[in-house]
Design a binder for this molecule. Structure first.
Ligand code: PXP
Length: 247
């Protein structure tokens, strides 16, 4: 596709549904292949420390089955680093992880942890993974991300989406301005800019319209919407909305 905005489809919540019954279905790899056929430019999967959705075998199977790049999301632990180095996926996206959270709540505190992050990222980058840090659109965190050797930052769109659905439109618009400024600043540092978390048909357009943003990673809403319209049509509609916003 000639469009310069990629869509990464996160298939974690297919595994959530499978694990709710301890069954063999629905298979996240089947969903990933369907997403590929529907035009996803990449597949994202988050192997959490507690394995609440994606499991180690899913990562093995995704690495074997995918023809589009895998964006492997993980916390900055040494267990996860070893798994990433074993698979060397196209991209590794490092996220903060708390056991008690329902989903990834905030961005990484890169600035407070620069020496450790630099040491942590180096072997992943040397192995050929594009390392991305999931951060808030905050100049301090973006500067630090560049300094520790990340190639990519993924901007957290969760607060923007929450404000939208809570009807707090002034705060939503302020958050959108922050995302726009942060994306431009990150690009000026030479970082590739991605964005994601909580995006839906209603909220995607203003984010897709930010010129510096090159990839959106979207999961929960697409899997939820697939109950009603099917996964391929949901991906097609998201792609259509992204393209329209970009044009
Ligand atoms: N990007 C990152 C870094 C994430 O942690 C997540 C959630 O796993 C997403 C994007 C996708 O968020 P959602 O599932 O809400 O679309």
């Amino acid at each position: 596709m000639s469009n310069d905005l990629r869509l990464g489809v996160n298939i974690d919540h297919v595994a959530t549904l499978r694990n709710a019954r301890g069954s063999a279905y629905p298979d996240p790899v089947r969903a990933a292949k369907l997403a590929e056929d529907a035009g996803a430019d990449g597949i994202t999967a988050h192997l959490r420390e507690d394995r609440r959705h994606i499991k180690d075998d899913d990562i093995d199977a995704l690495m074997a089955a995918l023809t589009v790049p895998l964006n492997f999301e993980m916390a900055a632990t040494y267990e996860m680093q070893a798994i990433a180095l074993r698979h060397t996926p196209h991209a590794v996206c490092i996220v903060p992880e708390k056991r008690e959270e329902r989903t990834t709540e905030g961005g990484l505190e890169v600035a407070k942890d620069q020496n450790r992050m630099a040491d942590y990222i180096a072997p992943l980058a040397e192995a050929g993974c594009r390392v991305s840090l999931f951060v808030a659109a905050d100049e301090v965190q973006l500067d630090a991300s560049k300094r520790v050797g990340a190639a990519v930052v993924e901007l957290h769109t969760g607060a923007y989406c929450d404000y939208h659905y809570e009807g707090r439109f002034a705060e939503r618009d302020a958050e959108l301005d922050r995302l726009r400024d942060g994306a431009a600043f990150a690009q000026s540092l030479g970082l590739e800019v991605h964005a994601g978390h909580g995006l839906t048909f209603e909220t995607v357009a203003p984010i897709a319209a930010i010129p510096a943003v090159k990839e959106l990673n979207i999961g929960h809403f697409l899997i939820a919407e697939s109950v009603f319209m099917g996964l391929a049509p949901a991906i097609h509609e998201m792609r259509r909305l992204m393209d329209a916003a970009r044009a």
